[in-house]
Design a protein around this ligand. Structure first.
Ligand code: 16G
Ligand code: MG
Length: 577
């Protein structure tokens, strides 16, 4: 027996002065009508022939000129995701550290997590469905997940500063409107701000006030309370920020007024003249191992680089001999884990702290954490969702990729214990004080996802408390020299890995070849993995000297080229210095 179900459908959404005031006009319609409208709507967002899209580690990412149909379809999908989760979800339009002509889109789950992995396949299917097959592709998802399509849906939307953002947002909204979804378009935000907002909204304000202003207030209040007064000998509250000519620069300016005089920030690469991510930003600084263009730096001056959507941060300084020193995600996680560890033991609470890294983590950082700090370290596959997942295994899980993306997760139980201790009058005051600082650190940390602005404030807090200059922080351990290369091959999936990407299982013989090469070098280590965002295989190597790291990376590249179907010229050995 066939059923005809009537669904509520939003036919008009008008945004008033604040996003809270959304006027919604409902009408009723049938499921088959919605699917038919989704197909009809695709006429304005036709899918080009011959392109395969894939929802990768960070969503879809490509030349912005071909993404319009993907955005339309992600509007459709986000509405379904919202119905499936019975909550508001979010969609971020960004290509992070990629060049300005690129763009991308990713879905964010209700508590600010990355889209559940099982839905990545649905996203890929829908993005690749022919225009006329969109209805059946949607129906497949509805059936597979068993979605009650009569439920309402609601989606938060934001974008970075790319010029392609507004038209792509329009395509996304077209998809949402066809599905009868309500939405809020926040305009330009950092990726972590959107993650924060959707979590605040779905937790009914328990995580914070669900507005951009609320984000600044929450961070600034915690930061100001954590800042210890008193003269500092080494720590100077002066910092230069490289905003990658992107959204991070704009939002740091907004934050500044909330910080009063506690920190003097100069924002460079603020987008007023330079291009997004061009010769600047966290990725440039990390990969090139040099300062970005557009900064005038005095010796020892603490500098910070954000990436294009401000979810990554690295610090750096140039010493008095003109030598560039990078303080990357590994140094940040070591600093944070060390400080939180001290607070936990000072509070007397029984909480286990762990650090999650990827295979890219500098070997010195792993040894320092395990041997000196006695902190357990887990290794996860590249990609934030993998690290995030592993970090949930600890009461306090600190996770960072070497590239500067990371945060700290406090389990619900840890959060409760910490809050209770901070209010427990029967505790010694030193214990209560440590617990209070931990509660403030929890407020300062954006637990939803790595957040350049929040992480930057966390680092400043710890450096100030310890009265450390950047050089003191850097001295915790010495990085081993490393080299990252990329090799073009016919099909990058020919390279397969296991053990959190540390061991290649295909093509046959590759891992054995790597093992032999690594054995030739003091403190040698190397691994290969197919990139999730580019059509290349990445090769990482580290060794006792830069020349050795370079040579090991080269020799492994040659093996990848020969065994995994390299294209173009065979990799050439590094030039002698
Ligand atoms: C994406 C990931 C980042 C990872 C990078 C690796 C997210 C939000 N971002 O940018 O974490 O380090 O991909 O790129 O997960 P690759 O696979 O090309 O090396
Ligand atoms: Mg980013």
């Amino acid at each position: 027996m066939s059923k005809v179900i009537l669904y509520f459908r939003v036919v008009q959404v008008s945004l008033c002065s604040t996003w809270r005031q959304v006027r919604i006009v409902y009408s009723t319609c049938k499921m088959s009508d919605i699917l038919a409208e989704a197909v009809k709507g695709a006429a304005a967002h036709p899918r080009p022939e011959g392109i395969q899209f894939a929802y990768g580690t960070a969503g879809f990412r490509d030349k912005s000129t071909i993404l319009d149909p993907v955005l339309y379809r992600m509007g459709l999908l986000a509405a379904l995701r919202s119905k499936a989760k019975k909550a508001t979800v979010a969609v971020m339009i960004t290509a992070s550290h990629n060049p300005e002509p690129d763009n991308g889109v990713k879905l964010v789950d209700p508590m600010g997590e990355m889209l559940e992995e099982s839905w990545e396949e649905h996203a890929t299917d829908l993005a690749n469905a022919k225009d006329e097959d969109i209805g059946s592709a949607l129906q497949r998802i509805i059936d597979a997940v068993d979605i009650d399509i009569s439920l309402p849906s609601d989606v938060f939307v934001a974008r970075d500063t790319r010029p392609s953002g507004p038209p792509l947002t329009q395509a996304l909204l077209d998809g949402l409107k066809v599905m009868g979804s309500t939405f809020t378009d926040f305009g330009i935000l950092t990726t972590p701000q959107l993650h924060y907002l959707v979590r605040c909204h779905n937790s009914k304000g328990a995580y914070g006030e669900p507005t951009e202003e609320g984000y600044y207030k929450k961070l600034a209040q915690a930061f100001l309370k954590l800042r210890k007064d008193g003269a500092k000998k080494k720590y100077e509250p002066v910092v230069i920020i490289d905003g990658a000519n992107g959204v991070g620069a704009l939002k740091t300016r907004k934050l500044q007024s909330h910080l009063h005089e506690s920190l003097r920030i100069t924002v460079c690469n603020d987008g007023s003249s330079g291009k997004l991510n061009e010769k600047c930003g966290a990725d440039f600084v990390k990969v090139q191992q040099k300062p970005p263009a557009g900064l005038e730096i005095q010796p020892g001056q603490r500098c910070v680089s954000f990436d294009g959507d401000a979810d990554r941060v690295v610090f750096f300084y140039v010493n008095k001999d003109g030598v560039f020193n990078l303080l990357d995600g590994d140094k940040i996680s070591t600093l944070i884990a060390g400080y939180l560890g001290e607070l936990v033991s000072a509070s007397g609470l029984q909480l286990n702290i762990g650090v999650v890294q990827t295979a890219y983590a500098n070997g010195s950082s792993t040894r320092y954490l395990e041997d000196v700090m006695k902190v357990p370290v887990s290794c996860a596959k590249t990609g934030v969702k993998h690290l995030h997942h592993k970090a949930l295994e600890f009461d306090v899980g600190v996770y960072f990729e070497a590239n500067g993306h990371g945060t700290v997760l406090f389990s619900d139980q840890a959060e409760q214990k910490i809050k209770a201790a901070s209010q427990d009058d029967s505790l010694e005051s030193s214990k209560r004080e440590a617990a209070t600082r931990l509660t403030l650190m929890m407020d300062l940390i954006n637990q939803t996802v790595g957040d350049a602005i929040s992480d930057f404030l966390v680092v400043e807090t710890i450096l100030s408390t310890r009265d450390w200059a950047a050089e003191d922080w850097n001295m915790q351990y010495r990085d081993l020299p490393s080299r990252l290369l990329k090799i073009k091959v016919k099909d990058r999936t020919a390279v397969q890995t296991t053990d959190a990407e540390r061991c290649a299982t295909a093509p046959a013989g590759l891992q054995e070849a790597i093992n032999k090469l690594v054995a030739k070098y003091q403190q040698g280590r190397s691994f290969v993995r197919p990139s999730g965002t580019e059509d290349v295989v990445r090769v990482f190597a580290e060794a006792d000297t830069q020349a050795n790291a370079d040579m090991l990376a080269h020799e492994v590249s040659v093996q990848v080229y020969q065994l995994a179907g390299g294209v173009g010229d065979q990799p050439q050995p590094p030039c002698a210095p």
